[in-house]
Design a binder for this molecule. Structure first.
Ligand code: HEM
Length: 159
């Protein structure tokens, strides 16, 4: 059984995290991993935080490619994502242009939960658990906005 628990993030905290088991990528293989990323984006585009993301097919395809490369690198795949950025790539800075409160992180994790549940019959549960644990903790680093403040994105949505 995989425990998809979510604990709340305090803005500015940088909790220590553990890299996921290599078994996660080994079980999925790069093709399966990219399919997972694709499914994750399908969920994102139906979610409360869809407005964060582009809707143009080619822009979306590029983001899926970059995201897939980064997430696979974290799971022990090849490190081309980081070398392409001269080894100087900072996830916190990458997300700075967006206002991300903890409620957006919770929604984002909810999309992951849906697609991870769909692979429970082909990936060992301890490997899914280790991937989830990394997502859950590392995503706290990305939170850069108080929950109860309206974001630029919220305002854009209303107008
Ligand atoms: C474990 C945590 C996370 C990781 C490792 C991660 C990773 C990434 C990566 C690799 C990219 C692509 C960067 C590039 O263009 O090369 C990206 C873009 C993005 N991420 Fe995250 N992310 C995380 C959490 C989140 C969360 C919680 C949100 C909440 C909404 C979010 C929203 C976005 C957005 C809006 C983009 C940019 C899309 C665009 O370029 O228009 N991310 N992320």
């Amino acid at each position: 059984m995989v425990n998809y628990k979510i604990t709340s993030a305090k803005m500015g905290e940088r909790p220590e995290f553990k890299i996921p088991n290599k078994g996660f990528l080994e079980a999925l293989k790069p093709e399966g991993f990219m399919e997972l990323i694709h499914n994750f984006y399908e969920e994102l585009l139906e979610s409360e935080i869809a407005y964060f993301f582009p809707t143009e097919d080619d822009e979306l395809a590029l983001i899926k490619k970059r995201n897939g490369a980064y997430f696979m690198m974290i799971c022990g795949g090849d490190d081309r994502y980081i070398s392409k950025h001269n080894g100087d790539f900072d996830q916190v800075k990458t997300h700075k242009p967006f206002s991300i409160p903890d409620k957006a992180r919770t929604e984002w994790l909810g999309c992951w939960k849906i697609v991870l549940q769909q692979i429970e019959d082909k990936v060992p549960h301890e490997d899914i658990q280790s991937y989830w644990n990394w997502l859950e903790v590392f995503s706290k680093h990305i939170v850069n906005y108080e929950n109860d403040r309206d974001t630029i994105e919220d305002k854009a949505k209303v107008n």
